[in-house]
Design a protein around this ligand. Structure first.
Ligand SMILES: [Zn+2]
Length: 387
């Protein structure tokens, strides 16, 4: 990860950059006697920088800004613009005038970025979903109240040679992979009915590598939702434990959380050799620096609440675990453990078409609730965040 520092004559205590894919708060510090803001450059925010000699290339929102160290100008789309100060580097860190981000970026992107000096916030406004004239006054979806288009990646766990957990209480030789696919397809239908775009990581009984699943979450993707079925190892509690829990990516805190993460990451043994420690540890550190964890936790809370409301088993709450499938999504990402295949009541519910439909509908409701909150935060369309 690169760190970019922005020079400013007049800086707030901190900056906030918000995008449809998340937000980053930016601490302010003092450098060379002037106050500067430090921006963590995460690719998810569409901001990156590279330096070659004295040439500096900064990419933001898909456009390249070309700076030269020591020269108070920036080039963009073959035009040159003056800066209040020249960019420089110190201690492997690039310093740019804050004016570039707060003044030039909003102007050059013509409405796509908005700098709010009172809130010290740079907002990326999502691209219009319809012709601009109708977008401003776009009516909310009558079913959901949502105003923007959203794309959800739905990931039915396991598949193909990886059956997932066989459980004890699935009829007719069903395994976890069949249940997750059933719920995943129904979830797609429920989300489409609510006016959302959906990408399934698999629509058939096939195996997708864990590390490849998040790649379905492209730039237009808002959320990543993985669906699984829980199981207890043999022992006294095996058939007793029941209920639903929703995970977001973090370090496992309890033995139970470790067990579930280990079980789901176990699909790795069906794949080409991958070690979980190296890349996951790195991605986890990376993720902990940004806001996706908080967003994922909120999404998990809303989905868990809805699913627990219709589930015959216990409400086991929101959990945290180091899931490889969530690690690379770079979007709010959750994993729903929709019940225990080792429990009779849960097993029957999960295997029934009525149970799968109820679970899918509840997950869809939780997703819509999250997106409504998210749009309210962006104050989409109304300028005041009404609704
Ligand atoms: Zn699973």
């Amino acid at each position: 990860m690169t760190t970019l520092l922005l020079l400013a004559a007049l800086v707030p205590q901190q900056l906030l950059i918000t995008t449809p894919r998340g937000q980053v708060s930016v601490p302010v510090m003092t450098e060379r006697g002037a106050a500067v803001a430090a921006v963590l450059l995460t690719p998810a925010l569409g901001l990156s920088a590279s330096i070659d000699g004295s040439a500096v290339r900064v990419t933001l929102g898909g456009r390249a800004f070309l700076f030269t160290l020591g020269s108070p100008f920036v080039r963009c789309d073959s035009s040159t613009y003056p800066l209040v100060d020249a960019p420089y580097t110190a201690r492997d860190t690039l310093f740019l005038p804050l004016q570039w981000l707060t003044d030039q970026v909003p102007r050059l992107f013509a409405g796509r970025y908005h700098w709010d000096p009172a809130l010290a916030r740079l907002d990326e406004v999502p691209p219009p979903v319809a012709p601009v004239a109708s977008t401003v006054t776009a009516a909310p979806n009558p079913l959901t109240g949502l105003r923007l288009t959203h794309t959800i990646v739905v990931d039915p766990g396991h598949g193909g040679v990886d059956p997932g957990n066989p459980g004890l209480h699935f009829p007719r030789g069903l395994t976890e992979k069949d249940i997750t696919l059933g719920i995943g397809r129904l979830l797609r239908a429920e989300l489409v009915r609510r006016g959302l775009n959906v990408v399934l990581t698999r629509a058939t009984d096939t195996l997708i590598d864990l590390a490849d699943r998040p790649l379905f979450c492209h730039t237009s993707c808002d959320l990543f939702v993985s669906i699984h079925v829980n199981s207890m190892p043999a022992g006294r509690r095996q058939t007793k434990i029941n209920g639903v829990e929703t995970y977001f990516l973090s370090d496992a805190k309890t033995e139970d959380q470790k067990r579930v993460a280990q079980m789901e990451n176990d699909a790795l043994r069906f794949e080409t050799a991958t070690t979980i420690d190296g890349p996951l540890a790195f991605i986890l550190r990376d993720l902990q620096l940004n806001e996706y964890l908080r967003e994922s936790a909120r999404l998990a809370e809303l989905v868990q609440g809805r699913v627990a409301g219709i589930h015959p088993g216990e409400n086991r709450g929101v959990q945290q675990g180091p899931f490889l499938v969530l690690a690379a999504a770079r979007r709010p990402a959750i994993l729903v453990e929709a019940g225990f295949a080792t429990n009779q009541g849960d097993g029957a519910f999960l295997a029934s078409s009525d149970g799968q439909r109820k679970i899918a509908s509840a997950i869809a409701d939780g997703i819509v609730a999250y997106l409504l909150e998210f749009e309210r935060k962006l104050a989409v369309g109304t300028g005041g965040g009404a609704r």
